[in-house]
Write a protein that binds this ligand. Structure first.
Ligand SMILES: Nc1nc2c(ncn2[C@@H]2O[C@H](COP(=O)(O)OP(=O)(O)OP(=O)(O)O)[C@@H](O)[C@H]2O)c(=O)[nH]1
Ligand SMILES: [Mg+2]
Ligand SMILES: [Zn+2]
Length: 301
């Protein structure tokens, strides 16, 4: 049997589109792989696979290489906890928000950040529509994240600002591009690689309800060795399997204080002598972030 190596760039109803040497083959998967599906998605976009040709243009996936990372979600309870793999083998998550229009909502951004921390993946915050920045107030929230230690990149598809930095960040990696609808994810990809010619939506009143122009997650391969998953955002990027007791750890600026609370474990909600609450009062943990923590702790995602 002649096995070839490839990467899954799109899946659709039992079809797995595998790219090897610049060519895409419509593949099915071997029965024994299907049996393992009871546990998790056996094949997802980003998976590195071995496949063999069955007829011209068609093939079958024989083997899936072990994943080095995964971005997954489990369905909300009470459904069975079968992880749905959004992307296999991502190197990083780029979380795109707009400086304005729609307004930068830190409570929403924190959900994406916590989900990324939960997946143990590096996060990059991209603040697009930098051309709409008017005053210092527009920079307050981005500065808060820089202060925490996150990598924050400003971009504009209108002026071209930050586009080359973004290209350098994406090069030779498999990145997940996520963020709310209307922030300009597809526009950024078009600015980087005009040949992609992705559909860009006009911003409408319903944008904040999560109506997305980009519907399915797929892997783009605009340059050799560079892969980008343009995901439809929050509805897919919603995580149910984060244990409230672990939530504090996913706020990196809280980590230095976690050992110093009088009660262990501490929810940092109402306990006396809580080192996290004390750090918030001293201004060492931003109040907005603590507010995010409280909301996620109480209401989940
Ligand atoms: N002012 C300004 N507008 C932008 C910029 N980038 C994108 N837009 C506009 O923002 C709107 C939404 O852009 P899209 O690229 O479709 O947004 P998206 O994030 O892909 O949205 P979904 O596919 O729905 O998730 C469009 O009207 C774009 O023209 C920018 O840098 N500055
Ligand atoms: Mg889009
Ligand atoms: Zn505490």
């Amino acid at each position: 049997m002649d096995l070839r190596e490839g990467i899954v760039i799109r899946t659709h109803g039992g079809h797995y589109y595998v790219q090897s040497d610049g060519q895409v083959t419509d593949c099915t998967i071997r029965g024994r792989l299907k049996k393992e599906r009871a546990k998790a998605d056996v094949v997802a976009i980003g998976d590195r696979v071995y496949w063999s040709e069955t007829e011209e243009g068609f093939g079958v996936i024989e083997e899936v290489q072990p994943r080095k990372s995964v971005l997954a979600r489990t369905p909300p309870p009470p459904r069975a906890a079968i992880a749905q793999v959004i992307v296999a083998n991502p190197d990083q998550v780029l979380i795109v928000f707009a400086a304005r229009n729609p307004p930068l909502n830190p409570l929403m951004l924190d959900r994406y950040l916590v989900a990324t921390e939960g997946a143990e993946l590096p996060a990059v915050i991209v603040i697009n529509k930098a051309d709409l920045i008017e005053d210092d107030e527009d920079l307050e929230v981005p500065r808060m994240y820089t202060g925490i230690g996150y990598n924050v990149l400003f971009t504009s598809t209108v002026t071209g600002y930050g586009i080359e930095e973004l290209r350098a960040l994406l090069r030779d990696k498999l990145s997940v591009l996520t963020g709310p609808s209307g922030v300009g994810k597809s526009s950024l990809l078009n600015a980087l690689w005009p040949d992609l010619d992705l559909r860009v939506g006009e911003i409408s009143e319903v944008h904040d309800r999560g109506r997305h122009t980009t519907a399915v997650a797929r892997l783009l391969n605009p340059e050799e060795n560079t892969f980008v998953a343009d995901t439809p955002g929050m509805r897919q990027f919603r995580f149910w399997d984060i244990d409230p007791e672990q939530l504090d750890y996913f706020f990196p600026e809280m980590r230095p204080f976690l050992g110093d609370c009088r009660f262990q474990p501490c929810t940092h909600m109402h306990e006396p002598d809580c080192a996290v609450q004390a750090a918030v009062e001293r201004g060492e943990i931003p109040e907005l972030r603590y507010e995010s923590y409280r909301r996620m702790f109480e209401y989940g995602f």
